[in-house]
Design a protein around this ligand. Structure first.
Ligand code: IMP
Ligand code: MG
Length: 181
């Protein structure tokens, strides 16, 4: 694995694709165990764009009936962060009265999932569970339970496997960390 350059920053290798996939194997095992006897198919909700790659790998490993939905979130209006998370378009898919499993690329402070949990309940979801590929526990400030976590990592800025730096880097199959040297 080589270093990569995205915009003005350089990133160095951090986690190989094989390690990410093995974390997803573990998450899928837990979800499969929890939903094997479920009467109603849950909705796997992909949070775009970051969780696209994670959600597709996870879906391939789930062995119970489920439906898929997606939504896009943004915390920016123009070039300025408003601090508030917004849903620019409606959810693609039906979540009313459904058990929803939110798939996130990474949970950092928890602002996003806190907003999202409330939003989905307001939209009529029966139950909301959170599934995240990665988690930075050192900076997490919320009380919301993270039901399924792939791997916990330190508070480093990473890209790849769906994660971006200013929209670049999502396409890399391995994960890279910012190189401060
Ligand atoms: P939170 O709202 O602070 O939990 O942040 C969650 C969102 O911030 C994630 O869905 C990512 O889009 C983004 N994010 C957090 N940490 C990183 C990172 O290390 N690299 C890229 N995006 C990140
Ligand atoms: Mg995201």
């Amino acid at each position: 694995m080589e270093r990569i350059k995205l915009h003005d920053k350089t990133f160095k290798p951090y986690m190989r694709e094989s390690e990410v996939l093995s974390a997803i194997d573990d998450v899928a095992k837990s979800i499969n165990a929890d939903y094997k006897d479920s009467c109603q198919p849950p909705v796997i909700l992909c949070v775009l764009n970051g969780a696209m790659m994670f959600t597709s790998e996870l879906l391939k490993r789930l062995d119970f009936n489920c439906t898929v939905a997606s939504l896009k979130l943004t915390s920016y209006v123009g070039t300025r962060s408003t601090g508030a998370i917004q849903v620019p378009t409606a959810i693609h898919g039906d979540i009313r009265d459904k058990n929803v499993i939110v798939c996130e690329d990474i949970v950092d402070t928890g602002n996003t999932i806190e907003f999202l949990s409330q939003y989905l309940k307001d939209q009529g979801a029966r139950e909301v569970r959170i599934c995240t590929m990665l988690h930075k526990p050192d900076v997490y400030t919320k009380d919301i339970k993270l039901d399924y976590i792939g791997r916990c990592i330190p508070n480093d800025f990473i890209v790849g496997f769906g994660l971006d730096y200013d929209e670049l880097g999502r396409n890399y199959r391995d994960i890279y960390v910012i190189d401060n040297e």
